[in-house]
Design a protein around this ligand. Sequence first.
Ligand SMILES: [Zn+2]
Length: 604
Amino acid sequence: MIQDINQFDYSKNWQRSEIPEQATWDLTSLFASDEAWEKAFIDFKEKIIDADCYAGKLAESAEQLLAALQFSELLSREANKLMLYARLKHDQNRADTTYMAMYSKISQACSQLFGKLAFMKPELAELDSEIIVTFSQENPDLQSYKKFFQDIARNKAHTLSEKEETLLAKAGDVFDAGANVFAIFSNADLKFPRVKIEKDYKVRITQANYTSLLESRQRKIRKNTFEKYYKTYQKYENTLALTLQNQIKQHNYLAEIHGHPSARAAALFADAIPEAVYDQLIDTVSDNISLLHRYVLIRKKALGLKFLHCYDLYTPMVADVDFTFTPAEAQELVLKALQPLGDEYIQIIEKAFAERWIDWFPNQGKYSGGYSSGTYDSNPYILLNWQGSLYSVYTLIHELGHSAHTYFSNEKQPYQYSSYSIFLAEIASNTNENLLTDYLLKHETDLKRRRYIINHYLNGFRATMFRQTQFAKFEHLIHQAEQQGTPLTAEYLNQEYLRINHEFYGPYLISDPEISLEWMRIPHFYFNYYVYQYATGFSAATSFAKKILAGDQAAVKNYLDFLKAGSSDYPIETLAAAGIDMTEAEPIEQALETFAQYMDLFEK
Ligand SMILES: [Zn+2]
């Protein structure tokens, strides 16, 4: 008998085996069974042995070059499938030792494969561009690698000799010491005190529960959590300033020796993003920062507070409302909200539901949060920890955005251009979220629920557009300071962080001294110019959603073409072809305008 998953009480702490099959993902598009995986794994291990059989032969002939490319592609595709199956199974229940072993086995085999294929990149870089042209004429199959070769040629100017690159690669762990110390310190060694929740009931603050404690409706809990959390961090400010400085120095040093004018130029070079895109984001958001000041005022008023402190930024501005969904209701809502994207898109979402791409419910040991992950040769899968809330529906539609993007790019592109870049990665997911907000507000009449929905949007906007841009500004500032020889001491970092924070939030938020230490807890500052892409992605998504909702059929087609483009062109060009110019202020302004409109609605 098939259990109706809509009746299932997912809130109990079930064992994996107790979850109804209908609510789990069907991984047979990867492998029919664990036995099939084991068999494929043995074959794969065999193939790895000769993975370097083309080493030293790439320049011999067009046929050899093509054969080498195709062979490495074959191995990578097989590796991806084996890896994804093991990872998804492992994430179903992290305590299950069978899949822990499977996952570590394939991880090991993959690093072995990467080692064997390491000859490819430097050897391809050595190939003369004229040889590539000649080869491509001799064998037209090589023409589909045009951008791939172009990329290698672009990188050549910033690649050192093979010997030097090998030396650098071998020193990788030494270079990463700052980031590694930071990670282990923050996640393992750093211990926080306990905070009182109720009479006779205290909870220890952890990195995992910090944000949810700050979301508490009780101000005393928020305030105590905030103060105790940062009091702990403050004891280590000199150590963490040094780990961060070490990392920033590494970015600057590697950029310099590879012939880039700055760490930012080097980081953006990989995807050929003009630095103007980064500046445009910071400038446009800064020009409109009064919108964030207005949000702070709205929040202050909604919470009925005389003074708004930094620990008052996370608690919801509205009371809880009864707003729950069964999986079936969520599916129906998602399909309606995505209707403006047209039949071709809707069919993929229906397929995702019908073919069980989604693992819905939480269970003991399951990886927390949500994600979407696929391979070129399988369905893209979605892991959820369904709670039935509005937030859960947003997570579902967000991850479906990723999955549809992956699906379309895989379907339309050859393997070498199938995976899209990080710069584009959060656009499809946020476009879907924008469409959901629009649909909900067009159909919801209950005032409390409307305010609940708008609160969700405004909160998300603050966290994505303003906060990430604030981070981007700070990150760039400290890279430049270090490059100019300013030591990144705790004193300097605290002072600059507080200054930028105050500039962003404005006069209506109390600049609590603790917030100057916030840089100490943000892992993204170790990621080398990563965060700005959350804000640019959100802006592009808003632009797309706006055009799609206006009923512009050409815009819908443009959007689908964007989803199908993978990495066949550079991200800025891919977006430009779809009508979004990220070098201009317009997409960012459109996002900010939408934020202003939702604030108007909230205040109505
Ligand atoms: Zn995402």
